[in-house]
Design a protein around this ligand. Sequence first.
Ligand code: PYC
Length: 337
Amino acid sequence: MIKGTFICIDAHTCGNPVRLVTSGHPNLRGNTMSEKRQDFLENHDWIRQGLMFEPRGHDMMSGAFLYPPCSQNSDGSILFIETSGCLPMCGHGTIGTVTAALENGLLSPRNEGKLVLDVPAGQINIDYQMQGEKVTAVRLTNVASYLAHENVVLDIPGLGTLKVDVSYGGNFYVIVEPQENFPGIDQWSAGDILHWSPIVREVAGKALRCVHPEDETVSGVTHVLWTGKTQTEGSDAANAVFYGEKAIDRSPCGTGTSARMAQLFAKGKLNLGDNFVHESYIGSQFVGKVEEIVELQSSSGPIKAIKPSIQGWAHVFGENKITIDDNDPYAMGFSVT
Ligand code: PYC
């Protein structure tokens, strides 16, 4: 019996996949995208598993559903799906979703060149450019991003100690800069990153409390951002972001870039108005900017944060009609570890 049929537009943002699902949306309970995300995870997660994991997806697969606006001032809402779950926010996912949606008439901006979108982590603003039918650039102004923990020493079994920061940019990131036990991403293979990242994430997760001060459903260290020497002209910094169980982001990672900018801002290395060109593991670039200084409210007082913007591009390359059939032993997909 067919459990569901989904029409999808497949795209990539600076190298990382985005599967925009354009039909087969479950009705979600809740007034906000944060509540709808919880409902999806509790009651409809088979859709994510079937569309993201092998054999219909792969370790890096990520995607999105568009929903109607949750707020009066917005043009639409995004639910992010990927192999690791439903992220509160995804930068490359947003750029790919906006590109695919605009090129296919799935979003109707009230103001030409601009969109306001509700996402589980809050509200984001979009500026986009088009040439004819094609979207050539998307800039998203992200949710408030802040440095959560600074100079934490973690004991990583088999590697030694690492001094790290943890920063929030829509997801919580452990940020590892080159040091005695980590020479930089330019000296490590993809295999090294895939090997050490889950260990670092687990140790950090046990050692540190990471809960968003204004939405406790956003919690836990989920991503590891490793830094190192740049390879592309014009880059200010390079990074490799690990997510899920086996993925290295091929894009410079929107929420990772936001977290990195918040970390550098808190440490006095970036200022209001500064640009920050961030490079991915394959050398593709996002242009970040510190747009605004804001405050988040926590039980122990205000937290200084920034609103970063991230600009990038995406290309649509295919359309897919995917069925998930109960008779298929791999209806829910699988992952090889
Ligand atoms: O672009 O925010 C991002 C992202 C998160 C995980 C993969 N990409």
